[in-house]
Design a protein around this ligand. Structure first.
Ligand code: FAD
Length: 564
């Protein structure tokens, strides 16, 4: 049994930033991560991180307040405005801190951090390091983690959060290289496990972004907020779904249909390609449905007019990806793109300091829902969220553990027994069902029936299918019994939780009878501020999820029609 004051689950940007803060406030903190921290999905972020620094020539009038307004409008007025303002006010400090810790941002000729335009932003506000921003930020924070001697349990998969009587006692985790299952006691846990992209069959997310952390918190009693809001990124490489950053459009790339038209003029005549993602994704999907796509599947992202020099300097990674995975050189040919799942706007409900209603449970980063993204996240606001709310969770958890007693090891011990027993049951297997197929069918039904456009009939079919998959999961085939790096075992272990999260997404989407941001219903086509200006909160029950609602905080900006 290991013991710490605070356990951070996740070694991505949010987890590292939270751990650094807790450590600097004198707390004994440790990080557990399924993969080595540097392999977290944060490292795949390309385009950049938003901050109202006003460094670009056209951005001199930018301000945290303007950043907040753009974020609120981008969210289709569902974001909590007080939380958004706290985020945009904290932002410059967090970005300069990253700079001072050595993050190699791209620069203007005068030495200031360079900023590029991104969708839904009034000014060029997105700070970037070429097209590898997440990689640079992750390395910067990992260096700071190592420098402080913070304990990192790498390649440990968390199997359960131990909660009793609304109080966190620690975790149970499996060490992948040895197969050892261990208990960890701590009075506080910060979940920083990233998004749930892989619940969908077509996603830009890393294979490890399954949503298992969100499921663990849900099953432990945390409330999941606004899970029906799932972001589809407009430009993912056909046919692999690898992300082609919004930075490509930020630098001036065009979207073109099979008639050679820049079709965004019909959907967002002012912002064109730089409209927010929900709008651009729906536009592309409509072009495809109406027969204006290439091979009936994809549209073109054309960068050729930017010229070789700009492409090589600012989008070199994109060029490599297009060449290696689609065989096209963007300097000479347009890139085939289509929308795919990209980001989880909802998540473990927290306040603006990362605290959940469960005593000792905190969350930060993509797995959390504060909410600052509401119904649609603006590109560049997620890297921002990780460092802002990671830091804030670190502050609050430090205060919390100083005022609260130790965890109870006996409870962790009994949870350890339960996890071991579940692993053994899965290894023994009672039936013939293939868990890989169950997972695949989950991804497909979510993609087809709870995707960009939604309708009651389809969502009801999806829910029935998810129920069927739950039942089949009780009859899986025997699994290979070794526990070292036994991914078959781990993926089967987590699948029950993922099906629950998928069900929350589908049920939430069915419950919300309006269209707002990324949630677009064919049977309820307009936004309904009268009845639906509220957050959904899913409560775990052994049957279907139960929903309650919470109000949206409005400080300065009354909802208005969202035009771009
Ligand atoms: C391809 C791509 C490009 C992107 N580009 C941008 C961009 O340019 N700008 C922007 O703002 N946003 C971007 N995003 C979004 C942004 O990168 C993510 O939202 C953000 O990095 C998430 O950080 P995180 O720390 O919350 O989670 P992650 O970086 O996903 O880290 C999750 C961590 O949790 C651990 N973990 C998960 N489950 C378990 C478990 N059960 N047990 C133990 N550990 C676990 C993993 O090991 C990992 O360390 C992009 C996303 C993708 C997929």
């Amino acid at each position: 049994m290991f013991s710490h004051q605070v356990l951070v689950v996740g070694g991505g940007l949010a987890g590292l930033r939270a751990a650094i803060e807790a450590h600097d406030r004198g707390v004994d903190v440790a990080i557990l991560s399924l993969v080595h921290p540097l392999r977290s999905h944060s490292g795949a972020a390309q385009g950049g991180v938003n901050a109202a620094l006003g460094n670009a020539e056209e951005g001199k009038d930018d301000s945290p307040e303007r950043h907040a307004y753009d974020t609120v409008k981008g969210s289709d007025f569902l974001a909590d405005q007080d939380a958004v303002e706290e985020m945009t006010n904290d932002t410059p400090e967090r970005i300069y801190e990253m700079e001072h810790w050595g993050c190699p941002f791209s620069r203007n000729p005068d030495g200031t951090i360079a900023q590029r335009p991104f969708g839904g932003g009034a000014f060029p506000r997105t700070c970037y390091g070429s097209d590898k921003t997440g990689h640079y930020m992750l390395h910067t924070l990992y260096e700071q983690t190592i420098k402080r001697g913070i304990r990192v349990y790498a390649e440990w998969t968390v199997l359960s959060i131990v909660v009793q009587d609304d109080l966190v006692n620690g975790l149970v985790a499996l060490h992948m290289p040895t197969g050892q299952v261990e208990g960890f006691t701590a009075p506080a846990v910060i979940m920083a496990t990233g998004g749930a992209g892989r619940i969908y069959s077509q996603s830009t997310n890393a294979i490890i972004n399954t949503g298992s952390g969100i499921a663990l918190a849900y099953m432990a009693g945390a409330l999941l907020k606004d899970m029906e809001f799932v972001q589809f990124h407009p430009t993912c490489l056909y046919p692999t779904n690898i992300l082609i950053t919004e930075g490509a459009r930020g630098e001036g790339g065009y979207l073109v249909n099979n008639r050679g038209e820049r079709f965004m003029k019909d959907y967002a005549p002012t912002a064109m390609e730089l409209a927010p993602r929900d709008i651009v994704s729906r536009s592309i999907r409509t072009e495809i449905a109406q027969g204006r796509a290439f091979e009936d599947v994809y549209v073109h992202l054309d960068l050729r007019h930017l010229g070789q020099e700009i492409i090589l300097e600012r989008l070199p990674g994109i060029r490599d990806i297009a060449m290696h995975f689609a065989g096209v050189d963007p300097v000479k040919q347009p890139i085939p793109v289509l929308p795919a799942q990209h980001y989880t706007m909802g998540g473990i409900g927290t306040d603006s300091w990362g605290q959940t209603p469960l005593n000792g449970l905190f969350a930060a980063g993509e797995c959390a829902c504060v909410s600052v993204h509401g119904a649609n996240r603006l590109g560049g606001n997620s890297l921002l969220e990780t460092v802002v709310f990671g830091q804030r969770a670190g502050v609050r958890v430090s205060e919390w553990v100083k005022g609260n007693g130790a965890a109870n090891p006996a409870r962790v011990e009994s949870a350890l027994g339960a996890s071991n027993q579940r692993l053994e049951e899965l290894i023994a297997g009672k039936g013939e069902e293939d868990p890989c197929l169950i997972r695949q069918e989950m991804g497909e039904v979510m993609m087809e029936k709870v995707g960009i456009f939604r309708h009651r009939d389809e969502m009801e079919e999806a829910i029935a299918k998810l129920r069927e998959l739950q039942q089949r999961l009780a009859h899986t085939r025997p699994l290979y019994g070794g526990k070292r790096f036994n991914l078959d075992l781990l993926r089967t272990y987590e699948l029950g939780g993922l099906l629950l999260v998928a069900e929350v997404i589908a049920h939430g989407a069915l419950v919300r009878e309006e269209s707002r941001g990324s949630h677009s219903r064919r049977d309820f086509e307009t936004r309904d501020d009268q009845d639906w200006m509220k957050h959904t909160l899913a409560h775990f029950t052994p049957e279907v999820p139960r929903f309650s609602f919470s109000p949206v905080s409005i400080t300065k900006w009354q909802p208005e029609a969202r035009k771009y």
